[in-house]
Design a protein around this ligand. Structure first.
Ligand SMILES: Cc1ncc(COP(=O)(O)O)c(C=O)c1O
Length: 345
């Protein structure tokens, strides 16, 4: 029996066509600024998001951390959402790499209430840190791939501009947000000061992210990328995979969302956990065990023993993620296992 991996959209493997694109990419030394594939791809992505410039980086974490570094001074405070990736999964990098303090604001599924944000901004007194940057995440990972609507982002943009704060978007899954909401990628670029995008999540590239923003900001980030050890040589091999992913896999993403909805619907016929279908906005489904006698850890083990790999979510929840390497047959196999292990009474 095939093992079905629903842990993350990062588990995909590069396709034959993607590997072809990687081996045939024209290459040069990117530390000298001479990799033609990377240079062209940075321009292509900047244009796609309506931003001035782009900087190719190996990971989403580096994209976010370069943004924090390039927008702030040591000792500043950065406002992040309480359940954000930057706060929870980036290993205290803002403190280690940029001497920053994070101020976390709880939200409803990743979307700030402006009153809460206003309360988090430090008055300009000598004994407070200076608030200089606000970060958002779209789609929101820990809340289960939820959307930050473009109107709310524009509202936040006005709020930040009035207070001379910069706005950074962790757009590791901005592709999912774009596909699910129909919002143009350019509209996101116009509504924030910088974006970090990833090619190795729903798009299926083996690695690669990009930081996008104004030219002078990208020039600062470029220097810091070198300082942080992220200056690489023939990066066109990675950029070609990422470019292939955007061109050929973005049009397939709607299918991931559809499969997530199918899964969420099928799980309504299970006992032992609860799935709120209204929360399935993109490619993630959360299985809520908060009122269940069964622990999510035990359920995860039962599923693993039956060939279904699934990850932990926030609190007493499991998280199933649909992705490029999951077929309709795989999904059906997973649904059959769920129905067998957790039959409705
Ligand atoms: C929302 C979000 N931001 C950033 C990252 C970091 O990406 P990477 O693993 O490429 O460093 C992830 C990874 O899953 C993520 O989900």
């Amino acid at each position: 029996m095939k093992t079905i991996d629903l842990r993350s959209d990062t588990v995909t493997l590069p396709t034959g066509e993607m590997k072809e694109a990687m081996v045939s990419a024209p290459l040069g030394d990117d530390v000298y600024g001479e990799d033609p594939t990377t240079n062209a791809f940075q321009e292509e992505m900047a244009a796609l998001f309506g931003m001035e410039a782009g900087l190719f980086v190996p990971t989403g974490v580096l994209g976010n951390q370069l943004a924090l570094k390039a927008w702030t001074q040591p000792g500043d405070e950065v406002i992040v959402e309480r359940e954000s990736h930057i706060f929870n999964y980036e290993t205290a990098a803002p403190a280690l790499m940029s001497a920053l303090q994070l101020n976390t604001v709880p939200t409803r599924r990743g979307v700030y209430a402006l009153d809460d944000l206003a309360a988090a901004i430090r008055p300009s007194k000598y004994y407070y840190p200076r608030t200089s940057l606000v970060c958002i995440e779209n789609t929101h990972n820990r809340y289960g791939g939820t959307l930050y609507g473009i109107e709310r982002i524009r509202e936040l943009q006005r709020f930040c501009a009035e207070r001379k704060l910069r706005l950074h978007l962790d757009g590791a899954r901005i592709w999912n947000a774009h596909v699910a909401s129909g919002t143009k990628l350019r509209a996101y670029g116009e509504a924030v000061d910088s974006i970090s995008i990833c090619f190795s999540k729903g798009l299926g590239a083996p690695m690669g992210s990009m930081l996008l923003g104004p030219r002078d900001f990208i020039a600062r980030a470029h220097k810091f990328r070198k300082i942080f050890g992220g200056g690489m040589r023939q990066t066109g091999i990675m950029a070609a995979a990422a470019q292939h992913a955007v061109r050929h896999h973005l049009p397939l993403m709607e299918k991931d969302h559809e499969r997530a909805r199918v899964l969420a619907e099928a799980l309504q016929h299970c006992d032992g956990f609860f799935v709120d279908e209204s929360r399935v906005q993109t490619n993630m489904v959360l299985l809520d065990f908060s009122t269940s006698a069964l622990s999510p850890q035990n359920a995860m083990q039962m599923l693993a023993d039956s060939g279904i790999r699934i990850g932990m979510g926030m609190g007493r929840a499991l998280r199933a993620v649909t992705h490029l390497d999951l077929s309709d047959d795989d999904l059906q196999q997973a649904v059959d296992v769920f129905h067998r292990l957790f039959p409705a009474s």
